[in-house]
Design a protein around this ligand. Structure first.
Ligand SMILES: Cc1cc2nc3c(=O)[nH]c(=O)nc-3n(C[C@H](O)[C@H](O)[C@H](O)COP(=O)(O)OP(=O)(O)OC[C@H]3O[C@@H](n4cnc5c(N)ncnc54)[C@H](O)[C@@H]3O)c2cc1C
Length: 342
């Protein structure tokens, strides 16, 4: 059985907005992820084969722009070498000729990963939901899980509609984690994704900008829906106090424009086609939470994916199932243990 309080794919968590970028070498924080990056890529290839009418992962390439002296440059390159991934370093002059629309600061380098890709999020989720339906999975959408109770040898789920009993439960509530375990530290980041017409900025690959003095900005080519822009500008809570993640004010849009403008002046001329909010959750050390709920072996938690949840989703899914059904995993998952802050 699967529960979601909304109807996937939906706009109320962090799995919407057209695309997610996945790379081998960018945004990694610890050497221990190296074999997992390879494994998860392998699983993504298998997902492509399993859903040939969708082909959710497309290898478009991706580039990250960093200051020349940024120490991440070396670590990205050594990851790439070790994993056998093709990376090309572009100097400021070449970057300016490839991206004439961008204001690229002096002493910036770009690292181009040819085999990076974009996942088409909503088509994949739709395909998985219909696959689950035809495979006999009982999907309870629009049904909120209000409480999970451990009783002798069984777990009781209390939902907005009724009570269910289960032998094993996997809990992956995204930013709703504190509803189930308020002792696990988690912070949420709210961001706006917005789209401008494809002809206002020609891009065929994802470009992320992480240069000193700029907000982190990512530009994603997004087919007929235009170019998507996400600026790492944390947004304030909704003053009305409701979990209405679609609430966006003119002030929020102005903040993102302000962050993007120094890098891409075209933002002032490009019509805003649409925008969506997104909520993502972070652990204090940016390592995930994957483990058995302390003292409750049939309950397993997966959360706090700290900006990299899509990339690792196929692999983490396997770990969660192993933990739930076998009570352990062949992998050493101590990096993700739930009690590391207690
Ligand atoms: C703007 C943005 C860009 C990103 N870019 C990338 C990227 O390029 N690459 C990458 O790998 N990752 C990226 N991420 C991160 C990635 O999207 C997330 O890490 C991932 O989607 C988290 O998945 P999740 O299942 O933990 O949470 P969610 O996607 O939020 O899913 C949680 C689900 O649980 C349901 N739920 C919660 N509470 C209850 C309840 N009580 N009862 C029933 N259902 C409940 C929710 O409705 C929701 O469907 C990005 C995130 C954002 C916001």
């Amino acid at each position: 059985m699967v529960f979601d309080r909304y109807y996937p794919p939906h706009h109320w968590g962090s799995s919407h907005g057209g695309t997610r970028a996945i790379e081998h070498s960018f945004n990694e924080i610890d050497e221990r992820y190296k074999p997992w990056v390879q494994e998860t890529w392998h699983l993504w290839e298998m997902i492509n084969q399993a859903f040939p009418s969708v082909i959710p992962l497309r290898r478009t390439g991706a580039i990250i722009l960093l200051a020349e002296r940024d120490s991440r440059r070396e670590s990205i390159q050594s990851w790439g070498e070790e994993l056998g991934v093709s990376l090309t370093v572009l100097g400021t002059r070449r970057l300016r000729s490839y991206f004439p629309d961008f204001s690229i600061p002096h002493h910036t380098v770009g690292i181009w990963e040819k085999d990076a890709g974009l996942i088409r999020v909503e088509p994949l989720i739709e395909a998985m939901v219909s696959w689950a339906e035809t495979s006999g999975v009982s999907q309870h959408f629009g049904e909120e899980v209000q409480e999970i109770r451990m009783e002798t040898n069984k777990v009781t789920l209390i939902t907005s509609q009724r009570n269910y009993h289960a032998k094993h439960v996997i809990v992956t509530p995204g930013s709703g984690l504190s509803q189930f375990d308020s002792a696990l530290p988690i912070s949420t980041k709210r961001q706006i994704m917005f789209w401008v017409p494809a002809n206002s900025l020609k891009l065929s690959a994802a470009v992320s900008v992480d240069v000193d003095g700029y907000s982190r900005i990512a530009f994603y080519p997004h087919g007929h829906k235009g170019v998507k822009i996400v600026a790492d500008e944390p947004l304030p809570e909704n003053p009305f106090g409701t979990p209405n993640v679609r609430w966006v004010s003119a002030e929020m849009i102005a903040r993102v424009n302000h962050a993007v403008r120094p890098f891409w002046r075209g933002i002032d001329r490009a019509p805003l086609m649409r925008h969506e909010r997104c909520t993502d959750s972070y652990t204090p050390d940016s390592h995930f939470y994957v483990g058995i709920w302390p003292k409750c072996p049939p309950i397993v938690i997966g959360a706090g994916f700290s900006g990299r949840g899509f990339k690792y989703a196929p692999l983490v899914g396997q770990w969660l199932v192993d933990l739930a059904l076998q009570g352990n995993s062949d992998e050493d998952l101590s990096l993700f243990r739930l009690n590391r802050y207690s």
